[in-house]
Design a binder for this molecule. Structure first.
Ligand code: SAM
Length: 274
C-alpha cells in the first residue's frame, strides 16, 4: 500500500468544496475514521458496501482494514479521487457512480453477504435505513449496518418504549434486529461542521419472530403512532381485529402507542396474522 496524502490535501487537489445540495460534510480525522471502520468487527477480506464515499476518508479506513469495498457515489467530482484510492489498493475498491436510492444493492454485491457503512445526508440515510429494514424476507443479505445519522434520528432508532424518541423507527429497527448507539460524533469532527450533533448506529439482524408479517407490523405501528397521544382503542380502531387482539393479550386499550413495547407490538401483529 502506497503512503497516502492526508484527505484534506486530496480534497484541495481535486477541488472538492463541500456541496450543501448533496449534504456533504466530510470526516478528515484518520483516527476517528479508523475507529468507525472497526465498528462492524474484523473486515479482512469482507465485502463492504459504502454509500456516499465523497473524497474517500472512510473508504480508505475500510481499505486499510482489509475490506473489499463497493462504493456508490453520486457526485462525479469525487470520482478521480476515488480512482486514485482504487489504484493504491489494487483489487479492493469498486466505485459505482449513481444514486444509492435507485440501485439494487443486493444485485450490486453479487448476491453475496455484505456489511454496510455510510455517512449520508439525513434524508437519504433515513430512506435507505427504512428500505434495508423492511420487507418480509429475513435475514437480509446485509450482515450489519453502521450508519451515521443526526443524533436525534439515532435516538429514535435505539429508543425504548416510554421514551420521547420512541416510535415507528424504533420498532422497525428492533423487532428483528439489535440496534445500538455505537458512537456519538461531535459536529466539529466534520468539515464543514453541520448544525446538529451526529451519532453512529450499529444494527445487526436477529431472528425474525415466527408468525409475524412485516407488513402487518408496519400497518399497526403506522396506525398507533399516527395518533401517538391517543389511546390504543382510538388509534387502532381502523385495524380490523386489533382491539380484540389487545383484549386477548391482556394489553389495556387505554394505553398509548408510546408505552407499547416492541415485543407487545410483535405479539399484536402475530395475533392478527391471517
Ligand atoms: N463518506 C464521506 C465522509 O464521511 O467524509 C462523505 C460524507 S458526506 C456527508 C455524504 C456523501 O454522500 C457525499 O459525498 C454525497 O455526494 C453522497 N451522496 C448524497 N446522496 C447520495 C445518494 N443518493 N447516493 C449516493 N451518494 C450520495
Amino acid at each position: 500500500m502506497a503512503d497516502l496524502p492526508p484527505i484534506r490535501d486530496v480534497i484541495k487537489r481535486h477541488g472538492l468544496a463541500a456541496s450543501k445540495a448533496l449534504g456533504q460534510n466530510f470526516l478528515l480525522d484518520e483516527q476517528l475514521l479508523a475507529r468507525i471502520a472497526a465498528l462492524p468487527g474484523d473486515l479482512t477480506g469482507t465485502a463492504v458496501l459504502e454509500v456516499g464515499p465523497g473524497p474517500g476518508g472512510l473508504t480508505r479506513a475500510l481499505l486499510k482494514a482489509g475490506a473489499l469495498v463497493t462504493a456508490i457515489e453520486m457526485d462525479r467530482r469525487c470520482l478521480p479521487a476515488l480512482a486514485e484510492l482504487s489504484e493504491s489498493f489494487p483489487g479492493q475498491l469498486t466505485v459505482i457512480e449513481g444514486d444509492a436510492l435507485k440501485l439494487d444493492h443486493g444485485a450490486l454485491m453479487g448476491g453475496e453477504p455484505f456489511h454496510v457503512l455510510s455517512n449520508l445526508p439525513y434524508n437519504v440515510g433515513t430512506a435507505l435505513f427504512v428500505r434495508w429494514l423492511s420487507g418480509e424476507s429475513w435475514p437480509p443479505q446485509w450482515q450489519s449496518l453502521t450508519l451515521m445519522f443526526q443524533r436525534e434520528v439515532a435516538d429514535r432508532i435505539v429508543a425504548s418504549a416510554g421514551e420521547d424518541a420512541y416510535g415507528r423507527l424504533a420498532v422497525l429497527a428492533q423487532w428483528r434486529s439489535a440496534a445500538t448507539m455505537a458512537m456519538k460524533v461531535h459536529r466539529s469532527a466534520f468539515t464543514p461542521p453541520p448544525k446538529v450533533m451526529s451519532a453512529i448506529v450499529h444494527v445487526a439482524p436477529a431472528a425474525m419472530p415466527e408468525g409475524v408479517s412485516a407488513r402487518m407490523l408496519e400497518r399497526l405501528t403506522e396506525a398507533a403512532f399516527g395518533q401517538r397521544r391517543k389511546m390504543l382503542r382510538q388509534s387502532l380502531k381502523g385495524v380490523p381485529g386489533a382491539l380484540a387482539a389487545l383484549a386477548s393479550l391482556g394489553i389495556d386499550e387505554t394505553r398509548r402507542a408510546e408505552t407499547v413495547s416492541v415485543a407487545e407490538f410483535v405479539a399484536i401483529a402475530r395475533a392478527l396474522n391471517p
